[in-house]
Design a protein around this ligand. Structure first.
Ligand code: CMC
Length: 445
């Protein structure tokens, strides 16, 4: 087949010629407000009896969206049109939640009403406390999150009718409000301390730090620098268009599944080290490197095709330039360490040197592998006293608003259908069944 772009007077099309039959097919070219043009292949199979083949969806747009825009070549990330660095500097997490959910920045009254509405849902059903006891104390907190968030559908039946916009919004508020509570409870359960109930007079980040680090025996004062840094990290992780976990949420939701089940599916997808699990993997890697002098060995391993080791926190499917979130985090990382009076953080020294060496290395330059958002977030979390196993949980807390915004958008999209990819089948062709008693003994090699 050969491809050549062609134009009609009224609309642009893409002509695809099947060199086997000589037939040509005109495919409409769609244009977004920004980003590459899109060739509409929705009727491709009906017209040609061929599927398109794109494992990993490197060339496939799966939906229309108005929420988040990324230009990976230029290192641009916009939430509803607003640059991420501007939001990180001037906004706060609940305002960003409102923006992602409703499409516009709130007025002061709208913001106040939204924060009150969300904080109304911060507590968990008391019965869920007992649900936690079913887990081993040494469970990975992401396993607990997947389980508890999935279980919310068993507790909040009054917000699972996905055809009712009010149910959808209540479920969205519940998820945004309850995720920090669940995350902090997962931590308290691991260390054997009593659960701490949320405090609605604190802001989102402050309340999370309070539930994580306070206990009934002592007064606890939230460090404002840490709360500000956490708020910024939450903003930076809030959405990232059609990444693996968001696509998982959309795919799960496309069948009509309830929102709690869909978000549990998203959490499961986020857990992997190629996605949100990378922040935990970065810290483990820096610890394993152990000393600046060992960096060249690890860089060598990362470049070796026969070694599965990769530099965690480097590379991105979309960014072929600096991840704009990593730039903000690098600055935040130094601010947090300074405010805590941490002068010597060996892991930060290793991270800075690793970044320097990798950015000067031909392998990383030619493959456009730059530090991503996970490269610095782990060091900040560590300085805050958050255990490594909780890093990806915090990513999930932040990403919940993106997931629910994308899920709502999908349900409201009139062109939405159940997600159902096809395949190139490479297995056995149809064959005759031989009854068990007629089959010979298998010859083991
Ligand atoms: N270290 C060494 N080599 C790498 C790395 C790395 N971190 N990342 C990519 N490469 C190489 C890879 O081996 C491949 O080489 P070749 O072309 O010779 O086969 C080339 O670069 C392209 O890699 P790819 O795996 O085809 O690219 P991808 O778009 O499928 O993968 C990625 C993107 C993020 C999964 C990958 O870069 C990676 O595994 N990075 C480490 C994990 C990580 O930091 N993940 C967090 C992503 S950002 C947060 C988030 O969105 O969740």
């Amino acid at each position: 087949m050969s491809k050549k772009p062609s134009k009609e007077a009224s609309r642009e099309t893409f002509t695809l010629t099947d060199n086997r039959s000589g037939k040509s097919y005109e495919l409409p070219v769609l244009k977004g407000t920004m980003g590459p043009d899109v060739v509409d292949v929705r009727k491709f199979y009906a017209d040609t009896k061929c599927f398109t083949f794109d494992p990993g969806y490197t060339s496939t747009g799966s939906c229309e969206s108005k929420i988040t825009f990324i230009d990976g070549e230029k290192g641009v990330l916009l939430y509803r049109g607003y640059p991420i660095d501007v939001l990180a500097e001037q906004s706060d997490f609940t305002e960003v939640c409102y923006l992602l959910l409703y499409g516009e920045l709130p007025s002061p009254e709208q913001k106040q009403k939204f924060e009150t509405g969300v904080s109304f849902h911060t507590m968990l059903h008391e019965q869920l406390n007992y649900f936690f006891r079913g887990f081993r104390r040494d469970s990975h907190p992401m396993a607990v999150m997947v389980g508890v968030v999935g279980a919310l559908s068993a507790f909040y039946h009054d917000s699972t009718d996905i055809t009712d916009p009010k149910h959808r919004m209540v479920a969205s508020y519940r998820l945004i409000a309850k995720m920090p509570t669940i995350a902090a409870m997962a931590h308290k359960y691991t260390i054997g301390q009593p659960f701490v109930y949320p405090r609605n007079d604190l802001n989102y980040a402050e309340n999370f730090l309070y539930m994580m680090f306070s206990n009934p025996c002592e007064e606890f004062v939230v460090n404002p620098v840490l709360a500000k840094a956490l708020d910024r990290i939450l903003i930076l992780h809030a959405d990232h268009e059609q990444n693996a976990s968001t696509s998982t949420v959309r795919l799960a939701g496309s069948s009509g599944a309830n929102p709690f089940a869909c978000i549990a599916a998203g959490i499961a997808s986020l857990w992997g080290p190629a996605h949100g699990g990378a922040n935990e993997a970065v810290l483990n890697m820096l610890t394993e490197i152990g000393d600046v002098k060992n960096i060249p060995d690890f860089v060598k391993r990362a470049k070796d095709k026969n070694d599965p080791f990769r530099l965690m926190g480097f590379g991105h499917r979309v960014y072929k330039n600096f991840d704009p979130r990593a730039r903000v985090l690098e600055k935040t990382c130094h601010e947090v360490l300074d405010s805590l009076g941490i002068k010597d953080e060996p892991l930060l020294d290793i991270a800075v040197e690793l970044e320097r060496i990798a950015l000067e290395d031909d392998y990383f330059i030619s493959k456009k592998l730059y530090p991503n958002v996970d490269f610095y977030s782990g060091i900040i979390f560590k300085a805050m006293g958050i255990p490594t196993s909780l890093f990806t949980v915090l990513f999930a807390v932040a990403r919940t608003v993106g997931w629910v915004a994308q899920w709502n958008e999908m349900i409201e999209d009139p062109s939405q259908k159940i997600g159902r990819p096809r395949q190139m089948f490479m297995g056995a062709t149809e064959r005759k069944y031989t009854p068990l008693h007629k089959r010979g003994r298998a010859v083991s090699s």
